[in-house]
Design a protein around this ligand. Structure first.
Ligand code: KG4
Ligand code: ZN
Length: 366
Protein backbone atom coordinates (compact mmCIF):
# COMPACT_ATOMS: atom_id res chain seq x y z
CA UNK A 1 0.00 0.00 0.00
CA UNK A 2 1.21 3.53 -0.79
CA UNK A 3 0.59 6.18 1.84
CA UNK A 4 0.78 9.95 1.47
CA UNK A 5 1.94 11.49 4.76
CA UNK A 6 1.42 15.17 5.58
CA UNK A 7 3.11 16.99 8.50
CA UNK A 8 2.68 20.67 9.42
CA UNK A 9 2.73 20.64 13.23
CA UNK A 10 5.45 23.25 13.70
CA UNK A 11 7.71 25.03 11.20
CA UNK A 12 8.32 22.30 8.64
CA UNK A 13 5.90 21.79 5.76
CA UNK A 14 6.42 18.15 4.83
CA UNK A 15 4.92 15.48 2.57
CA UNK A 16 6.14 11.97 1.85
CA UNK A 17 5.10 8.82 0.06
CA UNK A 18 5.97 5.49 1.58
CA UNK A 19 5.28 1.96 0.50
CA UNK A 20 4.24 -0.40 3.29
CA UNK A 21 4.24 -4.18 2.90
CA UNK A 22 3.59 -7.06 5.26
CA UNK A 23 6.12 -9.85 4.73
CA UNK A 24 6.02 -13.44 5.95
CA UNK A 25 6.98 -13.85 9.61
CA UNK A 26 5.19 -10.67 10.68
CA UNK A 27 7.88 -8.38 9.28
CA UNK A 28 6.78 -5.01 7.99
CA UNK A 29 8.76 -3.40 5.20
CA UNK A 30 8.42 0.36 4.94
CA UNK A 31 10.23 1.98 2.01
CA UNK A 32 10.37 5.74 1.50
CA UNK A 33 9.61 6.74 -2.11
CA UNK A 34 9.81 10.48 -1.40
CA UNK A 35 10.35 12.67 1.65
CA UNK A 36 9.99 16.40 0.97
CA UNK A 37 10.56 19.00 3.69
CA UNK A 38 10.27 22.74 3.29
CA UNK A 39 11.90 24.19 6.40
CA UNK A 40 11.12 27.67 7.71
CA UNK A 41 14.15 27.80 10.02
CA UNK A 42 15.70 30.74 8.15
CA UNK A 43 12.51 32.77 8.52
CA UNK A 44 12.10 32.14 12.26
CA UNK A 45 15.81 32.47 13.12
CA UNK A 46 15.56 36.29 13.16
CA UNK A 47 12.93 35.99 15.93
CA UNK A 48 14.94 33.44 17.96
CA UNK A 49 12.08 30.92 17.80
CA UNK A 50 8.99 29.87 15.85
CA UNK A 51 6.34 32.58 15.40
CA UNK A 52 3.06 30.63 15.08
CA UNK A 53 1.20 33.00 12.75
CA UNK A 54 4.18 33.34 10.43
CA UNK A 55 4.55 29.54 10.41
CA UNK A 56 0.88 29.03 9.51
CA UNK A 57 1.06 31.48 6.61
CA UNK A 58 4.17 29.77 5.26
CA UNK A 59 2.43 26.38 5.45
CA UNK A 60 -0.46 27.73 3.38
CA UNK A 61 1.97 28.85 0.68
CA UNK A 62 4.04 25.67 0.72
CA UNK A 63 1.70 22.77 1.32
CA UNK A 64 0.49 22.15 -2.26
CA UNK A 65 3.93 22.54 -3.92
CA UNK A 66 5.42 20.21 -1.27
CA UNK A 67 2.73 17.55 -1.89
CA UNK A 68 3.21 17.94 -5.68
CA UNK A 69 6.93 17.37 -5.27
CA UNK A 70 6.39 14.32 -3.05
CA UNK A 71 4.07 12.77 -5.66
CA UNK A 72 6.43 13.69 -8.49
CA UNK A 73 9.54 12.27 -6.81
CA UNK A 74 7.65 9.05 -6.08
CA UNK A 75 6.74 8.83 -9.80
CA UNK A 76 3.02 9.37 -9.23
CA UNK A 77 1.14 11.69 -11.59
CA UNK A 78 -1.36 13.88 -9.75
CA UNK A 79 -4.13 12.60 -12.02
CA UNK A 80 -3.28 9.01 -10.96
CA UNK A 81 -2.98 9.75 -7.23
CA UNK A 82 -6.48 8.53 -6.34
CA UNK A 83 -5.78 5.16 -8.02
CA UNK A 84 -2.20 4.69 -6.83
CA UNK A 85 -2.45 5.81 -3.20
CA UNK A 86 -4.09 3.67 -0.53
CA UNK A 87 -4.36 6.14 2.35
CA UNK A 88 -3.67 9.73 3.38
CA UNK A 89 -2.12 10.18 6.84
CA UNK A 90 -1.91 13.56 8.52
CA UNK A 91 -0.59 14.90 11.83
CA UNK A 92 -3.65 15.97 13.83
CA UNK A 93 -1.65 17.08 16.92
CA UNK A 94 0.02 17.97 19.20
CA UNK A 95 1.64 21.07 17.75
CA UNK A 96 0.87 24.68 16.92
CA UNK A 97 -2.85 24.82 16.26
CA UNK A 98 -2.73 27.21 13.29
CA UNK A 99 0.03 25.13 11.68
CA UNK A 100 -1.81 21.86 12.30
CA UNK A 101 -5.02 23.22 10.74
CA UNK A 102 -3.25 23.79 7.44
CA UNK A 103 -2.12 20.16 7.10
CA UNK A 104 -5.36 18.71 8.43
CA UNK A 105 -7.63 20.75 6.15
CA UNK A 106 -5.46 19.90 3.13
CA UNK A 107 -5.58 16.18 3.97
CA UNK A 108 -9.36 16.30 4.46
CA UNK A 109 -9.82 18.02 1.09
CA UNK A 110 -7.64 15.46 -0.69
CA UNK A 111 -9.39 12.58 1.08
CA UNK A 112 -12.74 13.91 -0.14
CA UNK A 113 -11.56 14.76 -3.66
CA UNK A 114 -9.62 11.53 -4.23
CA UNK A 115 -12.03 9.32 -2.23
CA UNK A 116 -9.16 7.95 -0.18
CA UNK A 117 -9.34 6.81 3.44
CA UNK A 118 -7.92 9.23 5.97
CA UNK A 119 -5.78 8.45 9.04
CA UNK A 120 -5.29 10.89 11.90
CA UNK A 121 -1.75 10.56 13.33
CA UNK A 122 -0.40 11.69 16.69
CA UNK A 123 2.87 13.58 16.08
CA UNK A 124 4.74 11.68 18.84
CA UNK A 125 3.52 8.34 17.46
CA UNK A 126 4.95 9.53 14.14
CA UNK A 127 8.37 10.14 15.73
CA UNK A 128 8.20 6.64 17.26
CA UNK A 129 7.26 4.97 13.95
CA UNK A 130 10.31 6.59 12.30
CA UNK A 131 12.10 3.61 13.89
CA UNK A 132 10.15 1.19 11.65
CA UNK A 133 11.31 2.73 8.36
CA UNK A 134 13.78 0.62 6.35
CA UNK A 135 13.82 -2.22 8.90
CA UNK A 136 14.52 -5.78 7.85
CA UNK A 137 13.74 -7.53 11.13
CA UNK A 138 10.81 -7.67 13.49
CA UNK A 139 10.67 -5.66 16.71
CA UNK A 140 9.60 -7.56 19.78
CA UNK A 141 7.42 -5.95 22.42
CA UNK A 142 7.43 -4.54 25.04
CA UNK A 143 9.52 -1.70 23.70
CA UNK A 144 10.70 1.38 25.57
CA UNK A 145 11.06 4.51 23.48
CA UNK A 146 12.91 7.60 24.64
CA UNK A 147 11.07 10.38 22.80
CA UNK A 148 12.92 13.68 22.87
CA UNK A 149 11.77 16.65 20.81
CA UNK A 150 11.34 20.40 21.04
CA UNK A 151 7.98 20.10 22.78
CA UNK A 152 8.16 16.67 24.47
CA UNK A 153 10.39 14.47 26.57
CA UNK A 154 8.73 11.16 27.26
CA UNK A 155 9.47 7.56 28.05
CA UNK A 156 6.90 5.51 26.20
CA UNK A 157 6.02 1.87 26.75
CA UNK A 158 4.86 0.28 23.50
CA UNK A 159 3.20 -3.11 24.01
CA UNK A 160 2.08 -3.61 20.42
CA UNK A 161 1.51 -1.66 17.20
CA UNK A 162 -0.65 1.30 18.20
CA UNK A 163 -0.52 0.51 21.93
CA UNK A 164 1.35 3.24 23.80
CA UNK A 165 1.58 4.24 27.45
CA UNK A 166 3.52 7.24 28.73
CA UNK A 167 5.52 6.05 31.74
CA UNK A 168 7.65 9.15 32.28
CA UNK A 169 7.66 12.73 31.05
CA UNK A 170 9.14 16.11 31.73
CA UNK A 171 7.71 18.12 34.59
CA UNK A 172 8.78 21.40 32.98
CA UNK A 173 10.95 22.00 29.89
CA UNK A 174 11.38 19.45 27.13
CA UNK A 175 14.93 18.35 26.29
CA UNK A 176 14.90 20.16 22.91
CA UNK A 177 13.46 23.26 24.55
CA UNK A 178 16.30 23.11 27.11
CA UNK A 179 18.85 22.93 24.27
CA UNK A 180 17.15 25.89 22.55
CA UNK A 181 17.12 28.01 25.75
CA UNK A 182 20.72 27.10 26.64
CA UNK A 183 21.90 28.12 23.16
CA UNK A 184 20.04 31.42 23.45
CA UNK A 185 21.68 32.01 26.83
CA UNK A 186 25.11 31.31 25.38
CA UNK A 187 24.30 33.52 22.38
CA UNK A 188 25.08 30.81 19.82
CA UNK A 189 21.94 30.79 17.70
CA UNK A 190 18.77 28.99 16.76
CA UNK A 191 17.80 26.15 16.69
CA UNK A 192 19.72 25.43 19.86
CA UNK A 193 20.28 21.67 19.58
CA UNK A 194 22.57 21.73 16.55
CA UNK A 195 24.24 24.95 17.83
CA UNK A 196 25.09 23.39 21.23
CA UNK A 197 26.32 20.20 19.54
CA UNK A 198 28.55 22.22 17.19
CA UNK A 199 30.14 24.11 20.12
CA UNK A 200 30.41 21.02 22.35
CA UNK A 201 32.45 19.15 19.77
CA UNK A 202 35.13 21.86 19.93
CA UNK A 203 35.76 21.16 23.61
CA UNK A 204 38.69 18.92 24.40
CA UNK A 205 38.95 18.24 28.16
CA UNK A 206 42.57 17.06 27.94
CA UNK A 207 43.76 20.20 26.15
CA UNK A 208 45.28 22.25 29.00
CA UNK A 209 44.75 25.52 27.11
CA UNK A 210 41.01 24.85 27.05
CA UNK A 211 40.99 23.89 30.70
CA UNK A 212 40.43 27.38 32.02
CA UNK A 213 39.27 27.74 35.61
CA UNK A 214 36.80 27.34 37.16
CA UNK A 215 35.71 24.09 35.55
CA UNK A 216 32.10 24.15 34.38
CA UNK A 217 29.96 21.76 36.37
CA UNK A 218 26.20 21.38 35.97
CA UNK A 219 23.67 19.19 37.83
CA UNK A 220 22.03 16.03 36.45
CA UNK A 221 18.42 16.78 37.52
CA UNK A 222 16.43 13.87 38.99
CA UNK A 223 19.10 11.34 38.01
CA UNK A 224 19.01 9.61 41.39
CA UNK A 225 15.24 9.57 41.82
CA UNK A 226 13.51 6.24 41.11
CA UNK A 227 10.80 8.01 39.10
CA UNK A 228 10.89 8.03 35.32
CA UNK A 229 10.03 11.73 35.03
CA UNK A 230 12.46 14.41 33.91
CA UNK A 231 13.04 18.06 34.80
CA UNK A 232 15.26 20.35 32.77
CA UNK A 233 14.34 23.85 33.86
CA UNK A 234 16.70 23.73 36.89
CA UNK A 235 19.54 22.77 34.59
CA UNK A 236 18.89 25.83 32.46
CA UNK A 237 18.86 28.02 35.59
CA UNK A 238 22.11 26.44 36.84
CA UNK A 239 23.68 27.23 33.47
CA UNK A 240 22.40 30.81 33.65
CA UNK A 241 23.95 31.37 37.10
CA UNK A 242 27.30 29.88 36.13
CA UNK A 243 27.43 31.92 32.93
CA UNK A 244 26.52 35.10 34.84
CA UNK A 245 29.22 34.46 37.44
CA UNK A 246 31.89 33.28 35.01
CA UNK A 247 35.06 35.22 35.99
CA UNK A 248 36.29 35.62 32.41
CA UNK A 249 32.91 36.90 31.21
CA UNK A 250 32.68 39.25 34.21
CA UNK A 251 36.22 40.55 33.69
CA UNK A 252 36.40 40.79 29.91
CA UNK A 253 32.74 40.96 28.78
CA UNK A 254 30.75 38.62 26.54
CA UNK A 255 32.24 39.93 23.29
CA UNK A 256 35.83 39.04 24.18
CA UNK A 257 37.64 36.14 22.57
CA UNK A 258 38.50 34.47 25.88
CA UNK A 259 34.81 34.19 26.77
CA UNK A 260 33.99 32.83 23.29
CA UNK A 261 36.69 30.20 23.82
CA UNK A 262 34.96 29.11 26.99
CA UNK A 263 31.56 28.49 25.34
CA UNK A 264 32.49 24.97 24.08
CA UNK A 265 33.06 23.82 27.67
CA UNK A 266 29.65 25.15 28.75
CA UNK A 267 27.99 23.57 25.71
CA UNK A 268 29.73 20.24 26.27
CA UNK A 269 28.83 20.07 29.97
CA UNK A 270 25.22 21.07 29.25
CA UNK A 271 24.89 18.46 26.50
CA UNK A 272 26.47 15.78 28.70
CA UNK A 273 24.16 16.57 31.58
CA UNK A 274 21.08 16.09 29.38
CA UNK A 275 22.53 12.90 27.86
CA UNK A 276 23.39 11.40 31.29
CA UNK A 277 19.84 11.92 32.56
CA UNK A 278 18.19 10.62 29.37
CA UNK A 279 20.27 7.44 29.28
CA UNK A 280 19.93 6.75 33.01
CA UNK A 281 16.12 7.04 32.91
CA UNK A 282 15.86 4.91 29.77
CA UNK A 283 17.86 2.11 31.42
CA UNK A 284 15.67 2.34 34.54
CA UNK A 285 12.51 2.11 32.40
CA UNK A 286 13.88 -0.80 30.34
CA UNK A 287 14.72 -2.77 33.50
CA UNK A 288 11.42 -1.99 35.16
CA UNK A 289 9.30 -3.05 32.17
CA UNK A 290 11.59 -5.89 31.00
CA UNK A 291 11.94 -4.32 27.58
CA UNK A 292 12.79 -6.50 24.59
CA UNK A 293 13.44 -3.47 22.38
CA UNK A 294 14.67 0.06 23.07
CA UNK A 295 14.24 2.88 20.57
CA UNK A 296 15.09 6.55 20.31
CA UNK A 297 12.82 9.16 18.71
CA UNK A 298 12.35 12.91 18.13
CA UNK A 299 14.43 15.86 17.00
CA UNK A 300 16.95 15.67 19.86
CA UNK A 301 17.81 12.14 18.71
CA UNK A 302 19.66 13.86 15.84
CA UNK A 303 22.32 14.62 18.46
CA UNK A 304 25.43 12.62 17.54
CA UNK A 305 26.75 12.28 21.09
CA UNK A 306 23.36 11.11 22.35
CA UNK A 307 23.10 8.54 19.56
CA UNK A 308 26.60 7.22 20.28
CA UNK A 309 26.43 7.16 24.07
CA UNK A 310 22.88 5.75 24.03
CA UNK A 311 24.04 2.86 21.80
CA UNK A 312 27.13 2.19 23.90
CA UNK A 313 25.25 2.19 27.22
CA UNK A 314 22.46 -0.06 26.03
CA UNK A 315 24.77 -2.48 24.25
CA UNK A 316 26.96 -2.74 27.38
CA UNK A 317 24.33 -2.76 30.07
CA UNK A 318 21.45 -4.55 28.33
CA UNK A 319 23.14 -6.69 25.66
CA UNK A 320 20.08 -8.91 25.12
CA UNK A 321 17.79 -6.01 24.31
CA UNK A 322 17.40 -5.03 20.65
CA UNK A 323 18.31 -1.42 20.09
CA UNK A 324 17.10 0.78 17.26
CA UNK A 325 17.96 4.36 16.42
CA UNK A 326 16.12 5.97 13.49
CA UNK A 327 17.98 7.18 10.41
CA UNK A 328 19.19 10.76 10.92
CA UNK A 329 16.84 12.20 8.29
CA UNK A 330 13.83 10.73 10.11
CA UNK A 331 14.65 12.23 13.53
CA UNK A 332 13.57 15.86 13.13
CA UNK A 333 10.08 16.63 11.82
CA UNK A 334 9.29 14.91 8.52
CA UNK A 335 6.29 13.33 6.83
CA UNK A 336 7.79 9.88 6.18
CA UNK A 337 7.34 9.13 9.89
CA UNK A 338 3.70 10.27 9.68
CA UNK A 339 3.12 8.03 6.66
CA UNK A 340 4.79 5.15 8.56
CA UNK A 341 2.42 5.64 11.51
CA UNK A 342 -0.43 5.93 8.98
CA UNK A 343 0.49 2.57 7.47
CA UNK A 344 0.20 0.73 10.79
CA UNK A 345 -3.05 2.53 11.63
CA UNK A 346 -4.47 1.66 8.20
CA UNK A 347 -3.47 -2.00 8.78
CA UNK A 348 -5.63 -1.84 11.92
CA UNK A 349 -8.45 -0.07 10.01
CA UNK A 350 -8.02 2.93 12.29
CA UNK A 351 -9.48 5.42 9.79
CA UNK A 352 -11.33 8.64 10.46
CA UNK A 353 -14.14 10.45 8.71
CA UNK A 354 -12.87 13.54 6.89
CA UNK A 355 -15.99 15.40 7.97
CA UNK A 356 -15.14 14.85 11.62
CA UNK A 357 -11.35 15.25 11.77
CA UNK A 358 -10.14 18.34 13.61
CA UNK A 359 -6.64 19.58 14.39
CA UNK A 360 -6.01 19.19 18.12
CA UNK A 361 -2.99 20.81 19.78
CA UNK A 362 -3.55 18.65 22.88
CA UNK A 363 -3.69 15.37 20.96
CA UNK A 364 -2.75 12.53 23.34
CA UNK A 365 -0.54 9.54 22.61
CA UNK A 366 -2.61 6.44 23.36
O1 KG4 B 1 11.07 16.69 16.74
P1 KG4 B 1 11.46 18.07 16.34
O2 KG4 B 1 12.00 18.26 14.96
O3 KG4 B 1 10.26 19.04 16.53
C1 KG4 B 1 9.35 18.89 17.57
O4 KG4 B 1 8.47 18.00 17.48
O5 KG4 B 1 9.51 19.63 18.56
O6 KG4 B 1 12.53 18.55 17.43
C2 KG4 B 1 13.08 19.82 17.38
C3 KG4 B 1 14.05 19.95 18.54
C4 KG4 B 1 14.59 21.36 18.71
O7 KG4 B 1 14.44 21.73 20.07
C5 KG4 B 1 16.04 21.24 18.32
O8 KG4 B 1 16.89 22.11 19.02
C6 KG4 B 1 16.33 19.78 18.68
O9 KG4 B 1 15.18 19.09 18.32
N1 KG4 B 1 17.49 19.26 17.93
C7 KG4 B 1 18.62 18.85 18.53
C8 KG4 B 1 19.52 18.52 17.49
N2 KG4 B 1 18.88 18.74 16.29
C9 KG4 B 1 17.63 19.18 16.59
N3 KG4 B 1 18.96 18.76 19.83
C10 KG4 B 1 20.20 18.34 20.12
N4 KG4 B 1 21.11 18.03 19.18
C11 KG4 B 1 20.82 18.10 17.87
N5 KG4 B 1 21.74 17.79 16.96
ZN1 ZN C 1 8.49 16.63 16.20
Amino acid sequence: MLILGIETSCDETAAAIIKGEKKPGGIYKLSVLSNVISSQIDIHRQFGGVVPEVAAREHVLNIIPVIDEALNTAGIKKTDARKKLGTIAVTAGPGLITSLICGVETAKTLSFAWKLPLVSVNHIAGHIYANFIDQKTKFNFPAIILTVSGGHTMLVLMTNYGKFKTIGETRDDAAGEAFDKAAQLLGIGYPGGPAIAAEAIKFNPVDSKQNSKPKVSLPRPMINSPELDFSFSGLKTALLYQVKKDPIRLREGEKCLNWKKRIPEYASEFQQSVIDVLINKTLKAANKYKAKTIMLAGGVSANKELRQQFSESITNKLPKVKLNIPGLKYTTDNAAMIAAAGYFQAEQKDFCDWKKLKANNNHELK
